[in-house]
Design a protein around this ligand. Structure first.
Ligand code: GCU
Length: 607
């Protein structure tokens, strides 16, 4: 039997080369601005615990995997899978909240989607994924287009030469198993939601398109009032002579540029006084976004751009040259009411409106890049953003692959959101243990972040975990690489709340300070004495004591308490209280406000 099958499949082997060249191309900026086709909707899926669809029984990758989407041709043919007879799942989503059998599942799931298309000679078709957690392989019409790791950043493939007239088939193998060398590593305090968690779309672009562009107020000083705009472009081709026009009708601004031999433009241009008078800078009170038209040769697309500057001066953070206190809250990218990965504009508005009710002008999107709508909705709502990559706890600092993975996620986080005015801080890590390897890894990452974007602030969530004689000392070699010194502290939860009034802080760096986490757990509706853990009164008291303590910190420029909403975590197993939820939210998973919510709101009203 195996003999017969192997002859048939030998023939196919000739047709299907094993390691196809990747069709991956650099991430396109503002993919949503182009004509395209959403591939969201019902996808068939196959749960493949032992990766039968990818490896043979000798654990070698097989040519006859599920990516072939084979169908029996003759009655005796043996095909032991059939996507079209398999259940469907709505994409984008995680599988954990879509199929209760997969609630705890970590492993491989295959997805299949058919779509109609016509190959187009004058255009390129990009297959764009908003995010897939964690390790994904993609095939189009049986041809592998590429392999991507990292669960929270977008990637795209040029599939122009794989398309055929009529029905086309995409197959995606997704594996969310955890490994020590991954980013994040094996343990993390959030649910390891697996799947195609964000939008999937086909993007139609001209043969020569704008891979990336940047439009913002330049950093160059001019007597305190910024007069210059910096505009840069990178085409997908190194071609000179392409005309690019940027226009902002509301400012009566129109400028035309020509690409150089590298297919790039890098320009600064001054605003006329009339334009300067009109220019409204983006800020929380007035989140002004300008409609911008950008054309390349004969094609045009639009974007919404806000203009602002962000910098630090000694221990102050200056937005548009003025000191600002960042009234923040930390948030996980999780839907309310039962969890699951957040992935719509509506999810974003729900979470961000709770933050607004708290009096926030800032959110820490923890611990990984959130979906694009989260950042864009925050921009419309006047909420500043801290965006972070999941270099979380103790990752494999010595492993070069781990570094490349982290750097890749950093690159893609910045690539996707660098035109968003509300994004002010790139965070490269959270609660990482001190060591020479860690310092080397993070130092390199911080420098790299600055090389990609020197217009924003760099930070990371450091730790203050102990105090002798009530003196908390922040002593972290990474201080020299960051613009803002941020740290997590849990006085009142992992340390005694009664110590709070006695605490003093030694932060020997002339930089602004952000308390990137503090807080404690409470179950909504559970009431009792303020020293009774898990009661709303315990959490309320913890906030009262912490805020009074933090007010004494010199150079305090912001806080992002842990956390807006109770969120799912496999590390939180206390029955009747946690039940796989981290209960440190100021609102329950259903949005019910706990007493501490109002304590923080009151404090922010004073800021
Ligand atoms: C840590 C960590 C969070 C975690 C929190 C907690 O500081 O950064 O991811 O959820 O503590 O213990 O609740």
């Amino acid at each position: 039997m195996k003999k017969i099958i192997s002859t048939i499949l030998l023939i196919m082997a000739a047709v299907l080369p094993m390691n196809a060249a990747s069709h991956e191309v650099p991430l396109i900026q503002n993919a949503r601005a182009y004509e395209g086709m959403s591939l969201n909707g019902d996808w068939n899926y196959i749960v493949d615990v032992q990766e039968e669809g990818y490896y043979d029984y000798r654990m070698n990758p097989t040519r006859w995997g599920f990516f072939v989407n084979a169908k029996p041709q003759k009655p005796e043919d043996l095909i032991e899978y059939d996507f079209d007879k398999s259940p469907t799942m709505r994409i984008p989503s995680d599988w954990n909240t879509q199929d209760e059998k997969l609630f705890f599942y970590e492993g491989t799931v295959w997805f299949k989607k058919s779509f109609q298309a016509v190959p187009m000679d004058d255009y390129i078709t990009l297959l764009y994924f908003g995010a897939v957690n964690y390790d994904s392989r993609v095939w189009v019409n049986g041809k592998e287009t590429g392999h991507h790791i990292g669960g929270f950043t977008p990637f795209n493939y040029d599939i122009s030469d794989l398309l055929k007239e009529g029905e086309n088939v995409i197959i995606v193998k997704v594996d969310n198993k955890r490994h020590a060398e991954d980013v994040p590593t094996q343990i993390f305090d959030w649910w390891n939601y697996g799947g195609i968690t964000r939008d999937v779309m086909l993007v139609k672009v001209p043969k020569v398109y704008m891979e990336d562009y940047s439009l913002q107020l330049s950093k160059k000083e001019d007597g305190g009032r910024r007069k210059e705009i910096s505009f840069s472009v990178k085409l997908n081709k190194k071609e000179a002579g392409h005309k690019v026009t940027v226009s902002i009708p509301e400012l009566k601004l129109e400028k035309t540029f020509t690409t150089d031999a590298n297919g790039t433009i890098d320009s600064q241009f001054s605003l006329l006084n009339s334009q300067l008078k009109k220019l409204q800078l983006w800020c929380p009170e007035n989140p002004k976004l300008y409609q911008v038209q950008i054309s390349l040769d004969t094609s045009t697309f639009a974007d919404e751009i806000g203009f602002r500057t962000i910098e630090t001066h000694d221990k102050q953070i200056l937005l548009n040259g003025k000191p600002i206190f960042l009234k923040g809250i930390s948030i996980h990218n999780e839907k309310p009411n039962g969890g699951g990965r957040a992935n719509t504009a509506e999810d974003a508005r729900t979470l961000l409106s709770w933050a607004k009710e708290l009096g926030c002008n800032f959110v820490r999107l923890a611990h990984y890049p959130h979906h694009e709508e989260m950042v864009r909705e925050a921009e419309k709502m006047g909420i500043l953003v801290w965006s972070e990559i999941p270099v979380y706890w103790t990752i494999a600092w010595k492993n070069p692959k781990t570094y490349d993975n982290a750097q890749r996620q950093l690159t893609d986080m910045i690539a996707r959101d660098h035109n968003r005015a509300n994004v002010i801080i790139w965070s490269i890590a959270n609660e990482t243990p001190h060591s020479a390897e860690r310092d080397a890894f993070l130092g390199k990452l911080a420098k790299y972040a600055r090389s990609l974007d020197n217009t924003r602030l760099i930070s990371m969530a450091m730790e203050v975990t102990g105090a002798s004689n009530y003196v908390n000392r922040l002593n972290d070699n990474m201080n020299e690489y960051v613009d803002v010194v941020s740290f997590n502290q849990y006085i009142g939860w992992y340390r005694d709340v009664n110590d709070a009034p006695k605490m003093t802080w030694e932060i020997p760096y002339n930089k602004p300070v952000i308390i990137s986490e503090f807080g404690g757990g409470a179950k909504y509706g559970y009431h009792g004495a303020k020293n009774q853990r898990w009661t709303e009164e315990f959490q309320e008291n913890l906030y009262i004591e912490n805020l009074a303590m933090l007010d004494k910190i010199e150079g305090l420029s912001g806080t992002t308490p842990w956390i807006l909403k109770d969120f799912r975590s496999p590390r939180r197993v206390l029955p009747g209280i946690q039940d796989y939820y981290n209960m440190k939210g100021l609102v329950s998973d259903k949005g019910e406000k706990k007493k501490a919510f109002y304590i923080l709101k009151q404090w922010y009203d004073t800021k």
